[in-house]
Ligand binder design. Structure first.
Ligand SMILES: Cc1ncc(COP(=O)(O)O)c(C=O)c1O
Length: 387
């Protein structure tokens, strides 16, 4: 094959469920001189990066905090694989696509899975999770999705953590869309294992998964009777990321690490609480504008996430045509995820896009496209739950 022209991607405003646009400072950081993965200058920076991640998770007491060199799903699988052995019980809150994925991964690791379900758009009540825990006192792990990106629902995690404080069962939280986006307190809420990604509220490219283990969870991971897979073994990871001198484990993605360091530095400069407030303000503005268009949000209002707004597609409107027309105008938004999803659009304002100006730009374009593609939303009944 002859050499093709260089890839020249179009400019997009990424306002879907993630990835979001990369923070320009992170892109700039990725152009800095490449170092080898065993360079002491890099190793110094890795320690700083892990300290910044601790602050972002509010996990000063955690035993281990570091980023895995793979996407959010690897963080999910590492939690299950590290903390659960075949035949042990795992309770999973399932109210959307990612809760279902946790349950699926737990089954693949031969866990005995108890699903506690709620409809898409609803949260899984803590009382139901605690009932399941009462019935399965020997459960090794209870897992919930803090920010369910497939529906825009936020789980009341602080309350769950408080209720589980005396339980032997470990609490695992999917923080893929919540880290750096909404209030998250690893230590204070009693979370044992959390995982996230880099491509959403942190505003870096996809490819890494920040994780945190409490002392109890790390102890559990280290005392497994069967060895864990090599890639995500806690001791091999810490030997490279946090013990000094560092021991080679894998050749880590150096430029992605620069990007992650840069966005975490930016987060520290802005202040975590200021960031949460900025995300909240942007989300509220978008949700208000969508409401003014006569459209209905999928999530229960008291559990609505700020970074992700799921909007029901009204009857008679072709949701995919609206997405395609927005993309033609340079704006990406998401649709429903998976065959069980009700007809919806998923609008994200994350990281560098979490501001009122971008909320207005998205809402203006959305209103124009709806008027061009479909009938007026306010005049239509809501669509049935089909994708
Ligand atoms: C809540 C949630 N969990 C897990 C994942 C999986 O992350 P990744 O696609 O980076 O593997 C996603 C991805 O969007 C997500 O939104």
């Amino acid at each position: 094959m002859d050499a093709p022209a260089p890839f020249d991607p179009p400019e997009r405003l990424l306002c879907g469920p993630g990835p979001t646009n990369v923070d320009p400072a992170a892109l700039e950081a990725m152009r800095r001189p490449m170092l080898g993965h065993l360079d002491p200058a890099l190793h110094e920076m890795l320690l700083e990066l892990c300290a910044l991640l601790r602050s972002a998770y509010r996990a000063e007491d955690a035993e281990v905090v570091l980023p895995l060199q793979a996407t959010g799903t690897s963080g999910m699988e590492t939690g299950i694989a590290s903390l659960v052995e075949p035949g042990e019980t795992v309770i999973v809150g399932v109210n959307g696509y990612f809760g279902r994925r946790i349950a699926e991964i737990a089954r693949r690791h031969d866990a005995d899975v108890v699903e506690v379900t709620a409809d898409w758009g609803e949260h899984v009540p803590n009382a139901c999770l605690l009932n399941a825990l009462h019935e399965h006192r020997d459960a090794r792990l209870l897992a919930v999705v803090h920010a369910e990106t497939s529906t825009g629902v936020e789980h009341p995690l602080a309350e769950l953590g408080a209720e589980m404080r005396d339980a032997d069962t470990l609490l695992m939280a999917d923080c893929v869309t919540s880290l750096g986006g909404v209030e998250l307190e690893f230590d204070a809420w009693g979370i044992d294992y959390a995982y996230s990604c880099t491509q959403k509220c942190l505003g870096a490219p996809p490819g890494m998964s920040p994780i945190a283990f409490s002392a109890q969870a790390a102890e559990r991971a280290r005392s497994r009777s069967t060895p864990l897979g090599f890639n995500f073994d806690l001791d091999l990871l810490t030997a490279y990321w946090t013990e000094r001198p560092a021991t080679y484990h894998v050749t880590v993605p150096i430029l992605h690490i620069y990007a992650l360091h840069e966005v975490l530095r930016g987060l520290a400069e802005e202040g975590l609480e200021n960031r949460w407030a900025r995300q909240a303000e942007a989300g509220a503005r978008l949700q208000e504008r969508v409401g003014e268009m006569g459209l209905e949000l999928l999530a229960e209002p008291e559990h609505q996430l700020a970074p992700l707004t799921a909007v029901r597609v009204p009857e008679g409107v072709d949701g995919k045509a609206v997405q395609a027309e927005l993309l033609a105008r340079g704006i990406e938004v998401g649709g429903g995820l998976g065959p069980q999803a009700p007809a919806m659009w998923r609008l994200g304002l994350m990281g560098p896009n979490a501001n009122v100006e971008t909320a207005d730009r998205l809402a203006d374009a959305f209103a124009e496209v709806l008027a061009a593609v479909g009938p007026r939303a306010a005049e239509r009944p809501l669509a049935a739950a089909t994708d």
